[in-house]
Design a protein around this ligand. Structure first.
Ligand SMILES: Nc1ncnc2c1ncn2[C@@H]1O[C@H](COP(=O)(O)OP(=O)(O)OP(=O)(O)O)[C@@H](O)[C@H]1O
Length: 303
């Protein structure tokens, strides 16, 4: 379990992360979402002991990262896939990791196979890797010590659609086996299918958090409906006391799909479309972060 407790990180007078608290549970994939510069990487850097917190703390399994013995055996971290030594081969990168953690060479081969880096690719120097290959190598490195917690910053960056699906399946299976996963992204649709829990951050502050279903359910979505005779349906819905507004070809109704379908059935009106207007997570994300976007450069300048 990862616990972030009242984390604040300032650079000079600039607050990059402002009193952030959340928990990542075992068996769940937690998506850490926010626009560019929201504070995701900063939070993860504190998590991995790379930068000290100004206030508050982060514990993993009850301990600060720096206090975990042989941390790679407990926490797999991928913060910047391009941060590897460019002159080393992929295999060498993993071999050094394995030696540091006291793992056998066979573990390196297992991980290379897991992330689909071929023996020929593994012998190539990292400087000649594509971004997608670097991400795969980074994921292999994070998984090397068979940790129970994974912290991944923008792991889908540079992966092609098949690669994104592969990663999604890998992380889901990892969580299904009881692992804790925290992954960040500034692109919602990338994590929408992976994450069970969502932490939305904007301008260093958490703007929403919870499981994906309840985040969506909290919204006053309404129903989008279209009929063969849409004007007749509009009158029927208004007669039933429901609030109706035109929306494209159809109508937006402040009611559930069941209520709308019932009115249509009572009047024997044929529907061509009936769906909950949840707006998708992308809209939720834009809505929740709209007033926390870094569009004010005078506030965005670190001291
Ligand atoms: N070492 C530093 N010194 C000064 N400011 C910093 C430093 N590191 C990060 N910041 C600032 O803190 C803010 C948050 O940055 P961070 O990298 O955590 O954002 P992010 O959410 O990961 O964004 P992105 O999606 O673009 O990666 C930014 O305004 C950034 O410029």
């Amino acid at each position: 379990m990862i616990e972030v407790i009242g984390l604040t990180k300032s650079y000079g007078g600039f607050l990059a992360v402002d009193d952030v608290s959340f928990t990542c549970q075992p068996g769940r994939v937690t998506g850490f979402l926010g626009p560019n510069g929201a504070g995701k990487t900063t939070t993860m850097r504190v998590m991995a002991g790379l930068t000290p917190a100004t206030r508050g703390k982060i514990t993993i399994g009850g301990l600060a990262y720096r206090d975990i013995p042989n941390p790679g055996r407990h926490v797999g971290v991928l913060l910047d896939a391009s941060a590897q030594h460019a002159g080393r081969t992929g295999r060498e990168v993993l071999m050094i990791g394995a030696k540091t953690m006291g793992l056998p060479e066979s573990r390196v081969d297992e991980m290379l196979a897991l992330v689909s880096l071929t023996p020929t690719e593994a012998k190539r120097r990292v400087r000649n890797y594509s971004l997608g290959m670097r991400q795969r190598l980074g994921i292999a490195h994070a998984l090397l010590g068979d940790p129970s917690v994974l912290v991944l910053d923008e792991p889908a960056n540079g992966l092609d659609p098949a690669g994104i699906r592969w990663m999604r399946d890998l992380l889901k299976q990892y969580a299904d086996r009881g692992g804790t996963v925290l992954l960040s992204s500034h692109l919602l649709n990338e994590v929408e299918l992976i994450a069970d829990e969502m932490i939305l951050i904007g301008r260093g502050k958490i703007v929403a958090q919870g499981d994906k279903k309840s985040l969506l359910a909290e919204r006053d979505g309404g129903t989008l409906v279209t009929a063969v005779d849409t004007p007749a349906l509009g009158s029927a819905l208004a007669d039933a006391g429901l609030e109706v507004t035109p929306a494209g070809e159809g109508l937006m109704v402040a009611a559930t799909t069941l209520q709308v379908g019932q009115v249509a059935a009572d009047r024997q009106l044929v529907l061509t479309d009936l769906r909950a207007a949840d707006g998708g997570l992308e809209n939720l994300f834009l809505e929740l972060t709209s007033d926390t976007q870094r569009d004010d450069i005078t506030q965005g300048a670190p001291a």
